[in-house]
Design a protein around this ligand. Structure first.
Ligand code: PEP
Ligand code: MN
Length: 262
């Protein structure tokens, strides 16, 4: 179902006034985690000022340590909905549990299945039972073929799937994960589905985010998922890789310039 031979034209997914999978470059910016209603609202207003139409912010957090901030859970989904109502900014968030898919699909605009759950087949099937667009992130140790097979589970019932390359595990330790730029090009060749990249979880470090963003767009990415926090120094997760608002603003300017070259 994901293969280009299955469809004549590329799948396009409306995100506000933009079409993901067309010439539009769709940016999902926002904090790693939704930490409070105030932090989420401040983030949404900051993004709206920059012309963004959708905010990422995770209510459920898959943390390596059980002692780290685990997210606001279902309460967070309701907060995200209120933020959307108050600001007009659409919201995107991760789901980790089959029991939360239906609720999340009703309360937010785009749901995300994270790298750690790329082969959680029950979760994939559940995401196939709703029509809300789903960002499926590539597992950090999964091949492109496994990635595409995982999308097939969702595509059984939900055609609105967005693929996200977020970096894979390699021997390199200079950054958190290795952004597989080649995978973006391969996916654009193989599938009609929109392909986005997450330079933040690839880099693990805010200084590398602009370069990886531009590289992903050059390789054909239809959009980017980027962590930006009102104050990364106090972020409850992934502060090191989250951009300060002014850095994010500069990157948006660079991406617009890049887009106007063609
Ligand atoms: C995220 O985008 O919030 C996240 C946890 O990323 P990943 O699943 O790619 O590690
Ligand atoms: Mn994060």
């Amino acid at each position: 179902l994901a293969n280009k031979t299955h469809r004549k034209s590329n799948t396009q997914i409306p995100i506000g006034s933009q079409q993901l999978g067309s010439e539009d470059l769709v940016i999902f910016g926002g904090p790693c985690a939704l930490e409070s209603e105030e932090q989420g609202l401040a983030s949404a207003l900051m993004l709206r000022d920059l012309g963004l139409e959708i905010m990422r912010a995770s209510a459920f957090k898959p943390r390596s340590s059980p002692y780290s901030f685990q997210g606001l859970g279902v309460d967070g989904l309701h907060i995200l909905k209120r933020i959307r109502e108050r600001t007009g900014v659409l919201v995107e968030t991760e789901v980790m549990d089959v029991r939360d898919v239906e609720t999340a699909a009703e309360l937010v605009d785009v749901i995300r299945i994270g790298a750690r759950n790329m082969q959680n087949f029950d979760l994939l099937k559940e995401a196939g039972l709703v029509q809300t667009p789903v960002i499926l992130k590539r597992g950090m140790a999964n091949t492109i073929r496994e990635f595409l097979l995982a999308t097939e589970y969702i595509l059984q019932g939900n055609p609105n799937v967005i693929l996200c390359e977020r970096g894979i595990r390699s021997f390199e330790t200079a950054y958190r994960n290795t952004l597989d730029v080649g995978a973006i090009a391969v996916l654009k060749q193989e599938t009609h589905l929109p392909v986005i990249a997450d330079p933040s979880h690839s880099a693990g470090n805010k200084t590398l985010v602009p370069a990886l963003s531009l590289a992903a767009v050059a390789a054909g990415a239809d959009g980017l998922l980027i962590e930006v926090h009102p104050d990364p120094s106090v972020a409850l997760s992934d502060g090191d890789q989250s951009l300060y608002p002014h850095q994010f603003m500069n990157l948006m300017g660079d991406l617009r310039k890049d887009a106007s070259y063609d």
